[in-house]
Design a protein. Sequence first.
Length: 344
Amino acid sequence: MISERVFGKTNSGEEVLAFTLTDGARKVTILNLGGTIQSIVVPDKNGNPTDVLLGYNDVAGYQNNDGYLGALIGRFGNRIGAGKLTIDGTEYQLYCNDKGNHLHGGKSGFDKKIWAHKIDGDELVLSIVSPDGEENYPGTLKVEVTYSFQGGELKIKYHAVSDKKTAINLTNHAYFNVNGEGDGSMLDNVLWLDCDEIVPTDPKLIPVGGFKAVEGTAFDFNAPKEIGRDIDAADIDLKQGGGYDHCYMLKNKCGEYVKYAVVFSKKTGIKMSCYTDMPAVQFYAGNFLGQQGKTAYYGKRAGFCLETQAIPNNVNVEEYAARGSSIYDAGKEYHFTAAYKFEA
Ligand code: BGC
């Protein structure tokens, strides 16, 4: 069941709506502002409702803070080095909003837009049209994102198509703590991540080439371990990221839909299983957080993100494009699915 209410107004007077998708004792709330997931409330092992998602109680929270809490990211998740996009010999200089690089779609990404909505049975469908030249990307891009919540599973289906050849790499920036948001840091959340390689970066977090095996390093989550166990280990990549802030390569080489991660809280008994058909996931440990959230101040590492997408900066690195290119011809459909399933 999906219900709708007014959540508030933006500082330019636009109405922000909240849609609540109810699944028995579980509820997910999504805003038309930025396609943002605002809360995910699920029962813990004792049946107590627990919100496992970081966010804010009002529109101002979303407009006045950075960190992209719960937001839909576009046109391009994570970074493009120097904002440089070349398509068939034409250079497009994208807006650089992060140390000389383009991050999460630039100055005004999809997270800042009011999306059109349609309720279709048990599905919430949000859509936007990003005009040709927006943030200097070529092509009018039509985007549709469909949310459903059934059997404890929040499923997000992404679809986009452009009328000119362009770059597309969407994702969602949900921060989780399976102890419950506001319950301090998430460092004791236990993570299993089915990945053998990460994508190393330069000091400004741009992937510039190569892969690094996780075996024997702090990046290895093939055997479940607390996120905080090795987060401060002496490792050049961890040092540069200020903790985990890296793209992990999934094993679904042919783009099949797989379970790639499970996160568990000993405290609440809540388990989150993660699925996708994208080739990679950005595992970000909330190293730059520091803002007032729904029930508490969210300090550094109050939540983590698992952002499924193609490899950041793959538009500038051939060996990354070979693992899933973000360049789409005019009329070529972009689509993928990501899901987060909750049990206790
Ligand atoms: C990136 C971080 C960035 C953060 C912004 C994450 O997806 O990996 O490097 O600081 O988004 O909130």
